[in-house]
Design a protein around this ligand. Structure first.
Ligand SMILES: [Zn+2]
Length: 493
């Protein structure tokens, strides 16, 4: 029997503002869409936190036995500098500044994004569609919205008519805004704007002659509006109504509000059952921003090359740090917080390594079954990873007591403890042994360099049996030596 039948998951739904029992539309199957990155620069650590939250959610849903189709898109066109749908396309601007093809920009930062996520031990989504790969689908949706009378064309651009939509639907229901209040508080339309109202947003924008990212459409050459791609890709792969839509809190308005409006304008049914929003990451108590310098890149944490850090931190330690906060809470990153997380992480790993060596007896002095259920209860309560981690440390305490002979456990409980810890630590939280991640890379290079030195000495003494032996046995371990003009270097598999 699948676990989800006995473990009732509850999720906080941003749409209702309540925790609700999670019941997918089709029993046993979950469709989940998460707004992916706009690939015009190195992935932001705050974005990593959002995606990591949904990676954890994906992992737990799978662990419960759901068959999950997880779609996370790549925005490679249409995201303008200003969320209201004005300004230059972020990717086209970067391409212009760096004298690159827009698709070179896209490729470079998509590769960076994947590299970072791999270091953090993310599971790949089931489908990772791109906006430029779905231009036809987006044009079809615009045609449908125009047909239904919720959009208008002006000079080769098409805009969504928010007021018209609001007459028969509720614009603002996700973010809790009222259209009348929005109208009352917004500025007048700027002179160059051709929209009927500042609340309207672009479905299609006419491309000016210098705009390089352009596609033909019934309204002339142009490009799709940013909000549209997510409606096109989510409904294409998950259906007109699907279970979970996720993203960062900052996307709630206008992006997700506009997604709801577009989908409802087309299908007259609300597209998403549960809206989940992950909260932001701050740095030393302040919002992260490149412009103020209060910013850190994931690779700077892994290498320690940033002034705010006293040392490097392994990606899995950063992951553990992020999992120590609930995904809907603001989390503040600092050197002290990372140091504390590293300590905790090492304590947890140490206890897990000692598990197999624990002596067993005729009885257990602790109720491990109740403890296991507490771990599930934490995760079932809107993926409460900090409570889960507190429970994992209760197990660490028990392991240490048993080791000191102050507590006992049966063979069956030892198996349960081992399975439960492995499940939650590695499968659900997605942590790894730091050694497997190259945290010990300094030690490794020290050892290999020592062997290289011994090999050089052997070669100098014409002892080729020894020098070949060192090279071949290292190769067997996956360490390749390369002899060059500057001496010998090595690479690992
Ligand atoms: Zn989106």
């Amino acid at each position: 029997m699948s676990l989800y039948k006995t473990q009732q998951l509850k999720v906080y739904n941003s749409l209702s503002g309540k925790k609700e029992a999670f019941q997918p539309i089709n029993d046993g199957y979950v469709g989940m869409y998460v707004c992916g990155p706009t690939v015009y620069s190195n992935v932001h650590l705050g974005n990593c936190r959002t995606f990591m939250s949904f990676d954890m959610i994906f992992r737990y849903l799978r662990h419960l036995g759901f068959k999950v189709r997880y779609v996370r898109n790549i925005t490679d066109a249409g995201h303008l500098e200003d969320d209201a749908g004005e300004g230059e396309d972020k990717i086209a601007k970067k391409a212009r500044l760096e004298k690159l093809e827009p698709m070179e920009v896209v490729q470079r930062y998509t590769v960076d994004f994947h590299n970072i996520l791999q270091k953090f031990n993310f599971l790949p989504p089931s489908i990772e569609p791109t906006a430029t790969g779905h231009i036809i689908e987006q044009i079809e949706i615009i045609k449908e919205i125009l047909e239904k009378g919720f959009a208008y064309e002006k000079n080769g651009s098409v805009y969504f008519d928010v007021s018209k939509f609001n007459e028969t639907h509720e614009y603002g229901k996700l973010s809790g805004r009222k259209l009348e209040d929005m109208i009352a508080s917004t500025r007048e339309l700027a002179a160059q704007e051709e929209k009927n109202s500042p609340q309207d947003f672009a479905l299609w924008k006419r491309a000016e002659p210098q705009h390089i990212m352009r596609w033909p459409s019934p309204w002339g050459d142009g490009f799709p509006g940013w909000h549209l791609e997510c409606t096109a890709m989510s409904t294409k792969y998950l259906g007109d109504t699907f279970d979970i839509h996720g993203g960062g809190m900052d996307l709630k308005f206008p992006h997700h509000e506009c997604e709801i409006a577009q989908a409802e304008a087309c299908n007259d049914q609300t597209p998403v059952k549960y809206w989940l929003h992950a909260n932001m990451l701050t740095l030393n108590g302040k919002k992260m921003a490149k412009s103020t310098g209060n910013n850190i890149l994931p690779n700077e944490i892994f290498s320690g090359e940033n002034d705010i850090l006293s040392k490097a931190f392994a990606p899995t330690v950063v992951r553990f740090f992020m999992m120590q906060a609930h995904y809907t809470s603001i989390l503040d990153l600092s050197n002290e917080a990372l140091l504390a997380s590293e300590k905790g992480y090492l304590r947890l790993m140490e206890a897990m390594e000692q598990l197999s060596g624990l002596a067993t007896g005729n009885s257990s002095s602790y109720d491990f079954e109740a403890w296991q259920q507490k771990c599930y209860d934490a995760m079932n309560d809107d993926f409460n990873t900090p409570i889960l981690i507190a429970n994992l440390f209760e197990a660490v305490k028990q392991i240490n007591l048993i080791k000191e002979g102050k507590a006992t456990l049966t063979t069956a409980d030892k198996q349960l403890l081992e399975n439960t810890l492995n499940t939650f630590v590695f499968d659900v939280l997605g942590l790894e042994h730091a050694t497997a991640q190259g945290q010990d890379s300094d030690q490794l290079s020290g050892v290999v360099n020592l062997l290289i030195q011994l090999r050089n000495e052997a070669r100098a003494n014409r002892d080729f049996t020894t020098s070949d032996k060192i090279r071949d046995e290292l190769a067997e371990l996956g360490i390749q030596l390369k002899d060059g003009k500057e001496g010998t270097t090595f690479s690992t598999r």
